[in-house]
Design a protein around this ligand. Structure first.
Ligand SMILES: NC(=O)c1ccc[n+]([C@@H]2O[C@H](COP(=O)([O-])OP(=O)(O)OC[C@H]3O[C@@H](n4cnc5c(N)ncnc54)[C@H](OP(=O)(O)O)[C@@H]3O)[C@@H](O)[C@H]2O)c1
Length: 306
């Protein structure tokens, strides 16, 4: 039975892939967990995922967990305190996967990673730029690793960014103060991704590797302005979310001291890197924010009504 090794099965993207694998007769999932007795790991085991104790930094544990797998889904957590980790982990996973006889590797990268210099606000010295350049290096490793099939997906802005835990970093004032502050203009469109769609694309690719082989593409579920996102949040929380649009002077004053600002500014033209017709052409049904919020009502409640 085709078996997929899923990175980050207890997390957002890996969790979405696992859910879609479990809905697909004939596919199985393996994963490592740093704590196989955690609530999240136990829940995965109960749903049929084979969990091994392991760590992306521990080659021996990966060798055991990837043994017998035909597919490898690489998705690595961003560690802003140690930017060297992501590339090292990817190389380790690719090397172990290759030796174990994996045929198809899928890497989940980020939107526009292959053409970062085209961004109006590209600053190669920023922290976010270094993190994105690491993803570009991993893309190169994936392309050249010599697997029978490879696919690179580049998802946009996760809808889960408005939920715990990501909301604390993405919109730090949203939960407590019902406010968000942005350096972007009101008409900027965000390529929003229902992370379940990442899982759907992953399964589609693993089930039809010839169709997805050597394909590299952006994934967005729908394009939305921040004000539309926040209007939907206001509706479900009953609290009017206020958006503070920063002036150019405020941006200039904060850009050297706030490392997250450079990342936010990249989003000013991010929509230019996504062609929704091409995304839809894959024929995979895409989620909407309107459906996402009621589907995730428990997490919405945990985030906003703790
Ligand atoms: N947020 C966005 O809008 C967005 C958009 C595009 C791309 N991305 C990218 O998405 C990536 C993060 O994906 P995500 O949101 O799915 O991650 P996530 O929800 O934070 O989950 C991270 C997962 O990785 C596991 N993990 C972390 N370090 C590990 C290690 N050393 N060994 C084994 N497992 C480890 C965690 O397991 P445990 O904690 O359970 O051990 C967890 O399952 C980042 O690279 C980010 O740049 C994000």
């Amino acid at each position: 039975m085709p078996t997929i090794f899923v990175c980050g099965a207890t997390g957002t993207q890996g969790g979405a892939l696992v859910s879609n694998i479990l809905k697909s007769p004939g596919l199985k999932a393996h994963a490592v967990a740093r704590d196989p007795s955690s609530e999240a790991s136990e829940a995965l085991k109960a749903r049929g995922v084979t969990i091994f104790k392991g760590d992306f930094n521990d080659e021996d544990s990966l060798r055991v967990a990837i043994q017998g797998c035909t597919g490898l889904f690489i998705n690595l957590a961003l560690d802003l305190t140690d930017l060297t980790q992501e590339v090292a982990q990817a190389k380790r996973l690719l090397s172990v996967g290759k030796k174990a006889g994996v045929e198809h590797v899928i890497y989940s990268s980020g939107i526009s990673v292959d053409q970062l210099e085209r961004h109006r606000h590209w600053d190669p010295s920023s922290l976010i730029a270094r993190a994105l350049l690491n993803k570009r290096e991993i893309e190169h490793e994936v392309r050249t690793a010599g697997f029978k099939y490879y696919t690179i997906i580049r998802p946009g802005n996760f809808m889960t960014n408005v939920l715990t835990p990501l909301v604390n970093m993405q919109y730090p004032e949203l939960v407590e103060k019902a406010e968000v502050t942005t350096p972007l203009a009101p008409d900027v469109l965000f390529p929003m991704v229902d992370t379940d769609d990442i899982g759907k694309f992953g399964v589609a690719a693993f089930q039809d590797p010839e169709r997805f082989n050597a394909k590299e593409f952006e994934i967005a579920s729908e394009l939305m302005r921040l004000q539309d996102v926040m209007k939907a949040i206001s509706k479900v929380t009953g609290r009017d979310v206020k958006i503070n649009y920063m002036s150019q002077e405020e941006i200039d004053n904060q850009i050297s001291t706030n490392p997250l600002l450079a990342g936010q500014l990249l989003f000013s033209d991010i929509v230019e890197f996504v062609d929704m017709d091409s995304v839809r052409a894959w024929g995979i049904p895409l989620g909407t924010f309107e459906d996402f919020l009621p589907r995730e009502r428990e997490r919405v409640a945990q985030t906003y009504f703790r």
